[in-house]
Structure formats: structure tokens, C-alpha cells
Design a protein around this ligand. Structure first.
Ligand code: SF4
Ligand code: SF4
Length: 284
């Protein structure tokens, strides 16, 4: 199936400078700043030793930067890469579980460059809490990874949820996470923020209702969904989960295109990726 034939004009972003949201913007580069090492949940497909699987390839850890180091790295790269149009915070843990670092980094960079587009990726647990501040900081593109609409399925995907200093397990934790994720997405509707929902295709776990997740994302105001293959990571409960084939991923994207635009050009890049989407140094 040649999905690109159906969706090559994906343009969700009116400023057309964000290569992840607009296929036409492929000549622009984005840069991830790895300032967010901690996470507040435990996905059963993630090993904390590795990068966040939200938008990353597992297997290599990133160097963590302080906000000041991140600013210096940004200045250095921007000088060499004038087509750099987006700064994203995508881990290696969760951007919002490291709020002070994320906030400081965005502040420093905005003081230096008033035009750069800010993008952020999160599991959504703290999205509702920080949404107003993110908007104030100038974040215009937010990705939330939401893997199900059902509490019992979420209880299979997440080992625990840590919220305000307390750990929640099973359906209780799952309910909390799902409520916060969807409330966050819904809150961003009508704000000047483009919201992408990432869905990790987990065979035998959520693959029977990906259409329902996309429908809910649409109903809650997301602009696009990105259905991604699961990359098995050693020493995780989902290490042995069978991987979806490329054809299966393509088919499910195609099946859901009528509901929401589908991202087709995701590279599942690392938390410290730099460059154009196709040419990013961390993409094999
Ligand atoms: Fe934003 Fe994700 Fe693209 Fe990075 S890969 S720039 S976080 S949408
Ligand atoms: Fe790992 Fe990301 Fe899940 Fe946190 S949200 S456990 S960093 S995949």
C-alpha cells in the first residue's frame, strides 16, 4: 500500500515550518534538547536506561543537558543550521515530569530567539496542570502519547503512575492517566496549539481498538495522529510482544485517515535528534 499517495499533502501547521506536522516543511530541521531525564509513569515497553519510546529509538542513552547547556547547544547548532525551525523537548524521560528544566530551557531559548517554534512531547499526565504555562512560554505543538481509551487495557500497558508523590497501580493508575491525558488534549482545543496524539501499536494489547483511539483524539480536538510501531526493548514486559509489520502499520494508518490526518513520515527519533526528519543523525 502506498500510503504517501493518499496523504502526501499533509499540512496541519499553518506556518509550515514544522517538519513533523507538515510534510512540505521537509527542508526545515528540528532539534531535540535532552533536558528531561525523569519520568512519572512506567510504560511496559520502556526501559528507563534508554530513551523514551514516545519519539525515540531505544538502545542508546542521551547525554542529559542542563537548561544553560541546552541554550548553548541551541546557539551553536543554530549558527551551523540556519534552516533549524523547531526546538522540541522529548525526553529522554517526560518533558513535564522535569518541569523546572523544561521551563528554564524554553525561557532561555525564547530570550535568545523570538521566532523558533517550540514543540514538546509528553505522556500527558501533567499536561492539564502545565498547559497554560506552556502556552505562555510559546509552545505551539504538543504531542501526547495515548495508547488506549480503556482503563483495563491501560492497566496492562502501564506498570504504575506516579502522581503528586504517590504511586498508583492497576486500574486506579490507568484511570488517572487516561483522565489527565484526554483532559489535556481537550483543554488545548481552541488554544493556539496543535496537538498530535501518538499511539504505539501494541499487538494483542490495543490493536483491536486503534480506530477508537483515533476517533476519541478527533473528538477531543487533536489535529493529527501518529500510529507508531512498537520497538521491543530488552528487559521490559513487552520485550516478547510480537511487532506489527510495516504493512500492518500502513494499513491501520490508511484505515484511520478518514477520521484524522495521519503522520506518515515519523522517524521515531531520539530525545537528542538534530536535523531534517529524513537526515537526522540519530536515524539509522
Ligand atoms: Fe516535536 Fe516530536 Fe517532531 Fe520532535 S519529533 S519536533 S517532539 S513532533
Ligand atoms: Fe518511558 Fe516515555 Fe513511557 Fe516514561 S512515558 S516510561 S520515558 S516510554
Amino acid at each position: 500500500i502506498r500510503l504517501k499517495d493518499h496523504n502526501s499533502d499533509i499540512t496541519i501547521d499553518k506556518n509550515e515550518k514544522h517538519p513533523c506536522f507538515t510534510a512540505k516543511a521537509h527542508d526545515y530541521a528540528r532539534m531535540h534538547l535532552p533536558v528531561a531525564p525523569k519520568c512519572n509513569i512506567q510504560c511496559n515497553y520502556c526501559h528507563r536506561k534508554y530513551d523514551c519510546n514516545n519519539e525515540s529509538r531505544p538502545g542508546v542513552t542521551s547525554d542529559i543537558l542542563t537548561p544553560k547547556e541546552a541554550l548553548h547547544k541551541y546557539i551553536e547548532i543554530k549558527k551551523k543550521m540556519p534552516n533549524l525551525s523547531v526546538v522540541g523537548i522529548a525526553g529522554p524521560g517526560d518533558a513535564l515530569a522535569n518541569w523546572e528544566n523544561t521551563k528554564e530551557t524554553l525561557r532561555y531559548i525564547r530570550a535568545y530567539d523570538k521566532d523558533i517554534v517550540f514543540c514538546l512531547s509528553t505522556n500527558g499526565l501533567k499536561l492539564r496542570k502545565y498547559a497554560d504555562q506552556l502556552i505562555e512560554l510559546g509552545v505551539t505543538h504538543i504531542t501526547v502519547t495515548i495508547n488506549t481509551i480503556y482503563e483495563d487495557v491501560a492497566a496492562k500497558i502501564y506498570k504504575y503512575i506516579r502522581y503528586d508523590g504517590k504511586k498508583y497501580f492497576g486500574v486506579e493508575g490507568a484511570r488517572l492517566l487516561l483522565e489527565e491525558q484526554w483532559a489535556g488534549v481537550a483543554y488545548l482545543e481552541d488554544k493556539d496549539v496543535l496537538t498530535k496524539v501518538n499511539v504505539v501499536y501494541l499487538k494483542g494489547i490495543n490493536d483491536d481498538h486503534i480506530d477508537k483511539i483515533v476517533e476519541k483524539a478527533e473528538a477531543m480536538g487533536a489535529s493529527v495522529t501518529n500510529i507508531m510501531g512498537h520497538i521491543p526493548v530488552a528487559d521490559t514486559p513487552f520485550e516478547v510482544l510480537e511487532q506489527a509489520t510495516k504493512e500492518e502499520i500502513t494499513q491501520v494508518r490508511l484505515d484511520n485517515m478518514g477520521t484524522l490526518p495521519q503522520m506518515l513520515h515519523c522517524n521515531q527519533c531520539r530525545a537528542d535528534a538534530v536535523g531534517k526528519l529524513g537526515g537526522c543523525r540519530s536515524v539509522s
